[in-house]
Design a protein around this ligand. Structure first.
Ligand SMILES: *Cc1c(COP(=O)(O)O)cnc(C)c1O
Length: 392
């Protein structure tokens, strides 16, 4: 069997197991109501938490930036790829989050893969939540530090692992701020307490929180009031902050300074387009100037969670706009998603092995771009389907 035949047989296996991922082609911009060539959908599965992906003020900022800065830098940062707007964005993100300094990457995936191996080596230890994002897992794999994993959100197990990591020089706890399958928030207060007791550092990937979660949208670190106790925050511009691309690491000046010298995705991968930098800057301005934006998402989330619970459906409790509606059975979850799609509502069904067996669900992501009637329509549709599922 040659490689081409091997690939074909792997693909067939993926199809057989029902794990094949199809891509739906949109013909409209990313927004609450989206279009494909055949239909229109009310969209509940984008990370467009604040509805900024197609916001008129961001579009205007992008057009202006295109004229002013051009399209691309055609270089990496340290050779010929640093524009004024990159420095402005780094300062702006640092000020927004309350950190000393910020380094930009092409994605949060790059931020995470460029973090651990630059700062830690075989004398050190990383203690990582078992459900952390793939980019943290890959980042820690590239690093020579000893890896310890703790059971998801389990503070006793984290403490056990911290004790085992005792003999290492630096100990870094790594966690997502918000976990994407359940929408649950890391127990950052307790994590920081343990970190202080065992002299460890804390790194939080706040991709599902930056810009919209916490009282003023500073993320899970603000939600838990631990901004000054979390040493490093990584996050993305590809979700709430306009949703295109780019990521960053925020932290103390010296650590960010060292990343600029040695972090491989920063040194060897092209600069963020100045257009993306300018639009992201505008997104942060909008969020700061219009607290109503974060507030609308909060109200939409609270309203939707309340309505869905009073409709008798089971949701994972919480405050995050990721709302998993638990259906248990894998077939039921996928059928529900299919039926909603037939009704013009786009949600995704998740089942084993993406989530634990018997915990199949549909995942709904609420956005500030949704109106009350959008949320009502989804609740009504789910209620009707739920009824068919129970009686049918
Ligand atoms: C989405 C996500 C990423 C990837 O961000 P990109 O900027 O798209 O690479 C990384 N970490 C977490 C926790 C995420 O949710």
């Amino acid at each position: 069997m040659n490689l081409k035949e091997f690939a074909a047989s792997e693909l067939a296996g993926i199809q057989e197991k029902g794990l094949y991922k199809d891509e739906r082609v949109l013909t409209s911009p990313q927004q609450a109501h989206i279009e494909t060539r055949k239909s229109r959908f009310l969209n509940f599965c984008a990370n467009n938490y604040l509805g900024l992906a197609n916001h008129p003020e961001l579009l205007a900022a992008g057009k202006e930036a295109l004229d002013r800065y051009g399209f691309g830098m055609a270089s990496v940062r340290f050779i010929c790829g640093t524009a004024e707007i990159h420095k402005q964005l780094e300062e702006r993100v640092a000020r927004f989050l309350g950190y000393e300094d910020v380094i930009l990457y092409s994605s949060c995936f790059d931020a995470n893969t460029g973090l651990f191996e630059t700062l830690l080596d075989e004398q050190d230890a990383i203690i990582s939540d078992r459900l952390n994002h793939a980019s943290i897992i890959d980042g820690t794999r590239l690093c020579k530090a000893m890896r310890f994993r703790f059971r998801h959100g389990n503070m006793e197990h984290l403490e056990t692992q911290l004790k085992r990591a005792d003999k290492y020089r630096f100990r870094m706890i790594a966690t997502d701020g918000v976990f994407s399958m359940d929408g649950d928030v890391a127990r950052l207060k307790e994590i920081c307490d343990l970190a202080e007791r065992y002299d460890a550092l804390v790194m939080v990937d706040d991709s599902h929180a930056t810009g919209f979660f916490g009282p003023t949208g500073r993320g899970s670190v603000e939600h838990h009031d631990v901004i000054h106790r979390v040493t490093l925050v990584t996050s993305t511009f590809g979700k709430a902050l306009g949703g295109s691309s780019g990521g960053f690491t925020a932290g103390p000046r010296e650590i960010i300074g060292l990343l600029r010298q040695r972090s491989r995705p920063y040194l060897f991968s092209n600069s963020l387009s100045p257009v993306v930098a300018a639009v992201t800057l505008k997104a942060i301005d909008l969020i700061e100037e219009n607290p109503a934006l974060v507030e609308k998402l909060r109200q939409n989330t609270a309203y939707f969670r309340r309505e869905i619970e009073s409709a008798g459906l089971s949701v994972r409790p919480g405050e995050h706009p990721i709302v998993p509606v638990m259906l248990g059975d894998a077939r039921l979850a996928h059928e529900t998603a299919d039926r909603l799609l037939e009704n013009g509502i786009y949600v995704v069904g998740f089942s084993f092995p993406v989530v634990p067996e018997g915990e199949a669900r549909i995942r709904i992501q609420v956005s500030a771009a949704h109106e009350k009637e959008d949320l009502d329509l989804l609740v009504r549709s789910l209620k009707n389907l739920g009824h068919t599922a129970r009686t049918g």
